[in-house]
Design a protein around this ligand. Sequence first.
Ligand code: GLU
Length: 296
Amino acid sequence: MKSKADYIGRFAPSPSGPLHFGSLIAALASYLDARAHHGQWLLRMEDLDPSREPPQAAGQILEALEAFGLHWDGPVLYQSSRLPAYRDALQRLQQEGLIYACDCTRQQIQGLGGVYDNRCRDRKDVPQDCALRVKVADRTIHFKDEIQGATQQQLLRECGDFVLLRKDGLFAYQLAVVVDDAFQNISCIVRGSDLLDSTPRQIYLQQCLGFETPQFAHFPVAVNEDNQKLSKQHFAAPLDHKTPLPALLRALKFLGQPLSEELAEGDIASVLQWAIAHWDIQAVPKLANIRLESID
Ligand code: GLU
């Protein structure tokens, strides 16, 4: 267990659009947990897929974080500047004999129920236009999530070998996130439960690459009335930077944190100070998602 002073947390948005209420919750939860542990809170822009990233989005996210008083430590790390590190990690796995090429299509894998059956593992011919997958081990990955409790996944049966380099030549999220969490010495990852399912893959990669496994805490994600995660794709409204207090209070309520009447009279700085002092991760609901209208 790390001591409090060693705590390093992070917020790692993909700049596919401006910050919305769903991503504010992610920023706030990771910020409060870091600050309540007197730790650092780092910011990493996960900008690996230019086709999904409007050029102004990263700047808009930084502006929104400033407007909400969520000040990060140190320089922002841009994943687009980290390609050599991902290449090195991939090469190390390749040298271990853990990587192979695969040209299966998304439809083929959907036809398998979403779990890849590793059919390209032992192919003798090397396909063209292929993705690179990592071989998973036939074992169960266990971890204790700070919010969701004991969690496990049998990678071979429930996931299969997974992609580290996409067919289009882009590094996959799973590889980049593991390399950068290790590079930034992240000790605790606080993020939405939509990524709970990715965590065993990430722990597996950490083990393969000899990295330490951080602690994890997955809070419920905000969904709309159709149970869709709030996202740019689902037209989540952008945040109001001029009057940030109501959204901040609503995000604290979403996270199950105690609120007091006087907070509505305060300002962003005083509310954040109060929220850090009263942060209780055990009060965050142990749910996969929460409908937004249920908290108003
Ligand atoms: N970039 C990912 C997202 O915006 C989050 C990555 C993570 O927290 O591990 O959904």
